[in-house]
Each structure stands twice: as structure tokens, then as C-alpha cells.
Design a protein around this ligand. Structure first.
Ligand SMILES: NC(=O)c1ccc[n+]([C@@H]2O[C@H](COP(=O)([O-])OP(=O)(O)OC[C@H]3O[C@@H](n4cnc5c(N)ncnc54)[C@H](O)[C@@H]3O)[C@@H](O)[C@H]2O)c1
Length: 380
């Protein structure tokens, strides 16, 4: 089966970007939302983004017009799904809403249409099983903003057959993205399974060591090769996104995350990060504002426990056959901007030291820190 016609459900932050990316690679796209004003706004944003590409001479004016004309905004769901090969669902991350949307789609979609959900944290198999086609259902997790981020996690549900996985992987490549297969429908998939717990870990590290936020962040940047500090990255992502992912992930698996109350507190105070002017840090509102991190500050914090937590969640993915080290490193590089593979950094810092640190944390704080068998096996 060849994919030609894509329907994107939801024209918000992710949906409009995914629609643009697909149209830029020759697909006919229908963008569906529930109100005309949302679609108008989305089409305006797409036009703005294409104009920017024209002004940077990445595409010609003629190409821009062609791409734009490939996207048809629609409200009527029946019309939106009439000739659809692949439906990409990007409606808000609320299980009950997703269920309602899929029930509506089932009533009008033709039997061949593949359903793909862009969910970041909800279980693919659970959504798949409420539809009339769990064998044509898959997770396709684009990162924000889809126009710029190369990574797409592809997550089969329990009943997704191989051919649908392969078709989805090819589709992702056809829109010039890098697919990383998360072989099992595990909590947080790959990147969020490592990133979200790490934000909490940074807050715990601050309590335990009395290091300052900028010391921890400097070590993340200069010792662990992050593109920016972890608190900074959390502010950039949004504490609302992190809080929501935390609740969802923790409710499904207590071992995946050790929630720190500071995240809940910031969320309750509506300190959501850069977009609200304050989060872990305070912001003045300037675009691309960055926290001042230095190599000097980095020397004041030993990030072994941070790296240990990351490696432990990565190792869990390997032990549970959801992924392998190469794919995890690729996902962390493309999804979080890590400049160096974590297992390489670990080798340099000493795996035995990292495992020892995790063991002593486990002795005090419990199961969450117990080193994964895969980490134990890589010590020598
Ligand atoms: N924002 C992110 O950083 C990000 C990153 C990766 C994945 N995701 C996932 O992508 C999905 C969408 O997130 P978002 O941030 O784009 O949300 P959003 O709130 O920006 O957009 C959702 C859109 O869906 C529309 N909608 C609601 N009900 C609908 C329906 N019945 N049919 C069609 N459209 C409907 C809303 O009007 C809105 O325009 C979520 O599952 C989220 O977890 C988000």
C-alpha cells in the first residue's frame, strides 16, 4: 500500500507543523479541527513559516504556493477522511477526548485507513484497542517543533503488524525525518522515559547536595554534553508539559520516575518556564534568552547521580527489549540535542563509579535507583 493522502486531526502546535512537513514532501494533506478559527490560525502559521523559508531562499515562492495549496483545512470529519491513507491524530493529550475522536473516526473512515497517534505519553495499545482497527494502529511521535526536529519515535501497539511498522518508518523517512523504533509500547517511549525523570532528579540533586541550579546546569552542559542545562531545558519545554507527562508516566509505572514536589509546586504557581516569564529561572521575555552557565560552575557539581539515572532508564529499555544502545543514543542526540553518547560519557566517568552511586542511592531512597541488570553487565 502506498501513502498519498494524509489527514491530520488537530491543527494546534503539533498538527499544523506535521501538516506542513507532509505537504513539503508532496503529500496531499487535509488538516482537520473543530472550529474554523483554529484552522484559520493554523493556516496563517503555516503561511508564515513557508514565507520564512522563501526569505531564507530555502524554497522558491512558487514552491511555497504549491506546498500551501496541498493543505486543505476542513471541519467535516467525513469529508476529511474520505480518501485518507494515513490519519495522524494530534488532538489534546486527554485519553477521554482521544477515545471520542477515534470513535467518530471509526464511523466514517474507510477500512484501509491507517491510524497513527502523536501522543507523547498515553499507551498506544490502549488507544488502539478502543478503535475498530488495532491492527492498523501505530504511535508516531513527532517532536516540537515538527518543522525543525528530525526525530520521530515510531511505536507499535501489541497488535500492530510488521508491514504497518515498515510503512510508517518509510513514511517518516519520506518526510526527511529520522525514525527511531520503540519496539514496545513502554511508558514514556524512549526520550521522555529518560528526559522527564531527569528533571525530577535534578531537583533531588539540588536538595541532596546543596548545589545551586546554575552549578547543576553547568555540569549538565559542560560535563554531560547537554545543549543547555536540565532546569533550563525544563523551562524551555514548559513545566505544564513536564507535569502532565509526570502524572501520566507515574500513574502507569512507579519505577520510571521519582517525582519531586518542586515540579508540582511550580505547576500550581503557574510558573511554567520561559513562556510565562518564570519557572526554575526568571526570564525577562527576550527571545532565545539563555541562562549564564560556565565551565567554572560545572566543576562545583559532580553529575554522577544525574548520569546514573539517565543510564538506568536507558538500560531498562535495553533489558526490556524496547530499544538498543545505538537507537537510544540516536534518539537522545536528535530529540534532546545531546552532543555525546551517554554510554561514552559513562565510560569516561567510570561505569563502576556510576553503579556504586546508584546502589548507595537505592540503599537510602529505594527501588527507583536500583541499577538495571544491563548496567551491571557493562561495568567491566
Ligand atoms: N506540544 C508538544 O510539545 C508536543 C510534542 C509531541 C507530542 N505532542 C502530542 O501531540 C498531541 C497534540 O498536542 P498539541 O500540543 O499540538 O495540542 P494543541 O492543544 O496545541 O492542539 C490540539 C488541537 O486539537 C484540536 N481538537 C480538539 N478536539 C478535536 C477533534 N475532535 N478533532 C480535531 N481536532 C480537535 C484543538 O482545537 C487544537 O487545535 C498531544 O497528544 C500531545 O501529547 C505534543
Amino acid at each position: 500500500m502506498a501513502i498519498k493522502n494524509i489527514t491530520v486531526l488537530g491543527s494546534g502546535i503539533m498538527g499544523h507543523g506535521i501538516a506542513q512537513v507532509a505537504a513539503m514532501h508532496g503529500y496531499n494533506v487535509i488538516l482537520r479541527d473543530i472550529e474554523q478559527q483554529f484552522l484559520d490560525k493554523a493556516m496563517e502559521k503555516i503561511k508564515w513559516s513557508l514565507d520564512k523559508l522563501v526569505s531564507k531562499q530555502k524554497i522558491s515562492e512558487e514552491e511555497s504556493q504549491k506546498i500551501f495549496s496541498r493543505i486543505t483545512p476542513k471541519i467535516d470529519l467525513g469529508e476529511a477522511l474520505r480518501n485518507c491513507d494515513l490519519m495522524i491524530e494530534a488532538v489534546p493529550e486527554v485519553m477521554d477526548l482521544k477515545k471520542k475522536v477515534y470513535a467518530e473516526a471509526d464511523a466514517v473512515a474507510n477500512n484501509n485507513t491507517i491510524y497513527a497517534s502523536n501522543t507523547s505519553t498515553l499507551p498506544i495499545t490502549e488507544i488502539a484497542n478502543i478503535t475498530n482497527r488495532p491492527d492498523k494502529f501505530i504511535g508516531i511521535h513527532f517532536f516540537n517543533p515538527p518543522q525543525l526536529m528530525k526525530l520521530v519515535e515510531v511505536i507499535p501497539g501489541q497488535k500492530t503488524p510488521r508491514d504497518i511498522v515498515e510503512l510508517t518508518m518509510s513514511f517518516v523517512k519520506s518526510v526527511s525525518k529520522e525514525p527511531v523504533l520503540c519496539k514496545k509500547d513502554v511508558v514514556g517511549f524512549i526520550v521522555n522515559r529518560i528526559f522527564i525523570p531527569l528533571v525530577h532528579e535534578a531537583a533531588w540533586a539540588m536538595d541532596r547536595t546543596k548545589a545551586s541550579m546554575t552549578e547543576i546546569d553547568s555540569a549538565m552542559k559542560f560535563t554531560l554534553n547537554f545543549p543547555m542545562g536540565i532546569f533550563e531545558l525544563a523551562d524551555f519545554t514548559g513545566l505544564d508539559v513536564i507535569h502532565k507527562a509526570t502524572i501520566e508516566m507515574y500513574s502507569r509505572d512507579k519505577k520510571v520516575i521519582n517525582p519531586h514536589p518542586l515540579i508540582q509546586k511550580l505547576f500550581d504557581q503557574k510558573k511554567l518556564g520561559q513562556k510565562t516569564g518564570s519557572g526554575f529561572y526568571e526570564y525577562t521575555g527576550e527571545k532565545y534568552e539563555r541562562v549564564n552557565l560556565t565551565e567554572e560552575l560545572a566543576k562545583k557539581f559532580d553529575p554522577t547521580q544525574m548520569l546514573g539515572t539517565m543510564l538506568n532508564n536507558a538500560a531498562w529499555l535495553v533489558t526490556n527489549q524496547a530499544s538498543d544502545v545505538t537507537e537510544i543514543e540516536k534518539a537522545l542526540n536528535l530529540g534532546m540535542g545531546l552532543r555525546k553518547p551517554i554510554f561514552e560519557t559513562a565510560k569516561e566517568l567510570g561505569m563502576a563509579k556510576i553503579v556504586k552511586e546508584l546502589q548507595s542511592l537505592a540503599n537510602i531512597y529505594g527501588k527507583f535507583y536500583e541499577p538495571d541488570p544491563y548496567l551491571l553487565s557493562t561495568q567491566n
